[in-house]
Design a protein around this ligand. Structure first.
Ligand code: DC
Length: 228
């Protein structure tokens, strides 16, 4: 069976990572969460005091971008976790503060070009499932299978809220919904690589799909592309 590249793009909180991870696990491919890389850059800025309410210290980030080393290593259960300069930051990068910073640092061209370069290296040998915002349009424009995953903002906000509650975090639906919409707006309207569907991507709206239905659909598409 020939190895392919699977690019999964879409809005935040659509379940891209879950979908990508499950496919990678099932078919024995590498899984890369490109959003985790933007989140790691955001965390690095927060740790250095470069993100404040009044903005981001772009100059310091640009000067130090080469000193940010991001890696993925499997944990004891075989799930990939994110490391920033040798430290496991998988938990820290999932906070709302880091997510908001990620949405901001991802608007800088110099951040994008560095992370895209690293992502392309990871996919050199194919056999990879990567999820993000620009995977099918910029990182791997020749990917054999491109998915554009979407769901309504209200459904995504509810899913995010359920996830936060399960972790014991206190949150309010209106606040989470506003945050989802704010990030959508920024992801779609930034000058650098805005989120958009690649012309040859398959759109999956999972607002009313079960996880099983979604995975079956993805697996069918994957089989079609690998048996070509
Ligand atoms: O998918 P996520 O929520 O973990 O992504 C965090 C932020 O990073 C999000 O605001 C969009 C940005 N991002 C990006 O610009 N390009 C990617 N390939 C992945 C994420």
């Amino acid at each position: 069976m020939n190895k392919i590249i699977v690019a999964i793009d879409g809005f935040s909180s659509c379940g891209k990572s879950t979908m990508a991870k499950e496919l990678a696990h099932e078919v024995g491919y590498i899984y890369v969460d490109s959003g985790a890389m933007y989140r790691a850059v955001s965390l690095f800025c927060i740790q250095n005091g470069w993100i404040t309410d009044s903005g981001i210290n772009r100059d310091e980030l640009e000067k130090n971008i080469a000193s940010i080393q991001i890696e993925f290593k499997p944990n004891a259960e075989g799930n990939s976790e994110t490391y920033l300069n040798g430290q496991n930051v998988e938990k820290e990068i999932r906070s709302l503060e880091v997510a908001n910073g990620a949405s901001r640092v991802s608007t800088f061209g110099f951040v994008r070009s560095e992370l895209v370069r690293q992502q392309q290296l990871m996919g050199e040998k194919k056999g990879i499932v990567m999820d993000g915002r620009d995977i099918g349009t910029v990182v791997f424009p020749a990917a054999e299978l491109k998915i554009f995953l979407t769901a309504s903002p209200e459904i995504r906000a509810q899913r995010r809220l359920d996830e936060m509650k399960a972790k014991g975090e206190i949150a309010n639906y209106e606040e989470v919904l506003a945050n989802v919409k704010e990030r959508d707006e920024r992801d779609q309207n930034r000058a650098e690589s805005p989120l958009r569907k690649a012309d040859d991507a398959v759109v999956i709206d999972n607002s009313y799909l079960t996880r099983e239905e979604q995975n079956n659909l993805l697996r069918t598409l994957f089989n079609e592309r690998t048996f070509l």
